[in-house]
Design a protein around this ligand. Structure first.
Ligand code: CA
Length: 225
């Protein structure tokens, strides 16, 4: 059962959220101020934080910043009292995963929580990826084909990992640029083709079964044999 931490100084709202979340089957903890909330977020085994922006003492922005500073990737959904675009932008900039403007429909909060929780569970569970004889160990960051270890550069590894995570799905060059190169590369998408060639040279050319397929007019895909 996922434990949800609510950091909200308005007791009426905190109580309402607590009852609704318990009803959904979540375990709930409440902090009524930012400092206590931050301590609980860092110490307790919390799955997600619902964080109000306006809090006595340390405000929600600061709580969020401190959580991220600690290296935690704990999902955070921010509650903003008014429809303040600046607050939302700042909130997302400092690492909140999502935000809700009060008053909000509880069903919408549940939906966003499910998305955020699913994202973390997926990340937690995957520690190895396999297709045919190709095997990636995400913890040691090693790649093998059968018994043979394949040495990849950092980018080659990240590209292969992304394609393996989305096995049997055609991925566009744009998506690969966005997801693998992020902000490091703003030029055209030829770099993807170059790295696909490196991967093919190291994997497909060495072994009998091609792993990386070109999807004409789209991009690339790793298919199960
Ligand atoms: Ca408040």
């Amino acid at each position: 059962m996922d434990k949800i931490l609510i950091i909200e100084d308005e007791r009426r709202i905190a109580r309402f959220l607590e009852l609704e979340l318990r009803h959904q089957g979540y375990e709930v903890m409440i902090a009524y101020d930012g400092k206590t909330g931050l301590e609980m977020a860092l110490e307790e085994d919390v799955a997600l934080v619902i964080l109000d922006l306006m809090l006595p003492g340390m405000d929600g922005m600061e709580v969020c910043r401190q959580v991220r500073k600690s290296g935690s990737k704990l999902p955070i959904i921010m509650l903003t009292a008014k429809d303040d675009v600046m607050d939302k932008v700042r909130g997302l900039d400092i690492g909140a995963d999502d935000y809700m403007t009060k008053p909000f429909a509880i069903e919408e909060l549940f939906a966003r929580m499910r998305v955020a929780l699913k994202r973390t569970h997926e990340k937690e569970e995957v520690s190895e990826l396999t297709t045919g004889k190709l095997h990636m160990d995400l913890l040691s960051r090693t790649v093998r084909y059968g018994e043979t270890e394949i040495t990849l550069t950092k980018k080659e590894y990240e590209l292969l990992e992304y394609l393996m995570l989305h096995k049997n799905v055609a991925i566009t060059r744009q998506e690969l640029i966005h997801q693998v190169w992020k902000y490091e590369y703003l030029g055209d998408t030829n770099v993807v083709d170059v790295y696909i060639r490196y991967l093919r040279h190291k994997i497909d050319d060495q072994f009998e079964v091609p792993v990386i397929h070109t999807i004409r007019g789209v991009g690339y895909m790793i298919k199960d044999e």
